[in-house]
Design a binder for this molecule. Sequence first.
Ligand code: ATP
Ligand code: MG
Length: 430
Amino acid sequence: MGKAKRIKVKQSILFTKTKKDISSDEISKNAQLLMRAGFIYKEMAGVYDLLSLGLRVMNKINGIIREEINQIGGQEIFMSSLQDKTIWEKTNRWSDQIVDNWFKTKLKNKSELGLGFTHEEPLARLMKNYISSYKDLPLYIYQIQTKFRNEKRAKSGIMRAREFLMKDLYSFTSSREELDLFYEKAKQAYINIFQKCGIGKITYLTFASGGTFSKYSHEFQTISDAGEDIIYLDENRKLAVNKEVMTDEVLDDIGLNRKNLVEKKSIEVGNIFKQQARFSEPLELNFIDKDGQKKPVIMGAYGIGPGRLMGTVVEVRNDDQGIIWPKEITPYQIHLLEIFSKNKAVTAKAEEIYNTLQENGIEVLYDDRREIRAGEKFYDADLIGIPIQLILGEKNLNLGKCEIKYRDTREIVVIGIKDLLKVVQEFYQD
Ligand code: ATP
Ligand code: MG
């Protein structure tokens, strides 16, 4: 690996500092922990910045999403947030009575613009330029892009922001059958994404409202008391139904038995829809089929909030000391804590270990701060929540040893320095 590629971050130059307390107006656990540990900054209610640690986590989540969506044929784009009112009028979604969370703005000449809360309308219009025949289909287009929603309540930290990232994927197919096929692939991709982000075991496929365009949609709901949704879960079948649509008729229809269901609070981390011709018809996104007939393109939409996902992970993976990151989305893989002594050889050895780990592609956050006591370093490391803490102190180093603390189990082991790389690589392998 070339030198330029290595990430060198020593904590002495990391501009964010941990905090014991934050302002009392932030009541959500995820934002509290992320603010205290220096991952995010709160601009105002429902509006947050990502700081360097937070951005690293977000980039990893987005990396996992990209990998899975590219795998099923997704092509990534990036659309504007400023949106043309006329296309929204065509689908009858410009009205504030129909969509109650619009942020709107005006040009100097007073004409109105929308700040996108989703992208079906602009994307359908865009695709008119590229789709004319069945030969142009299917297409799967996605982006990871900023959405604006004037949410009424913003009490869930980064899980319900007024400006947030969304991965929105849209499928364009020539028939319902083709949509159904892709929909199942997208479902599996979502299962993989939540698995890789460390919440797979507590995230359930959930029948939910299909809106005006289909019978049901499917949500991915993560069990958590911090959730704003209520689902009824069949734990054996790993299938749930959102309270919003639960009736005896629906249960019959989807083959769930009321007796087997338990009520849970949960967080909607993803939502997939079969939109059929709901948007393509009014926007005249048509194609000429094999039989020579003009037909509306069949659409599907598939959303994930990477910020909500990050907040969810923090909600379900923390203890009284701080955050516990899953290995796949941890900001760094190793938190190296150098315990200072008067002996300069300790620093030299710590630097050497730091370099060796980096040369082997391990991401290290190196707490090299001299003025900070060991106890404070441990406190910070537990709060930040990197899965492995590597504690380098004089006594152990003199014996050719080092201490490893696993954040999750709090287990501490002493190992030979010569085995360190192997131990770390094995931990991060599976
Ligand atoms: P909710 O019911 O929680 O308001 P929604 O059903 O309106 O969400 P969708 O339109 O389905 O949201 O958006 C797709 C995904 O985007 C959601 O599953 C969620 O992960 C994420 N998301 C939606 N709203 C927000 C928000 N305000 N902040 C962060 N992420 C969000
Ligand atoms: Mg939804």
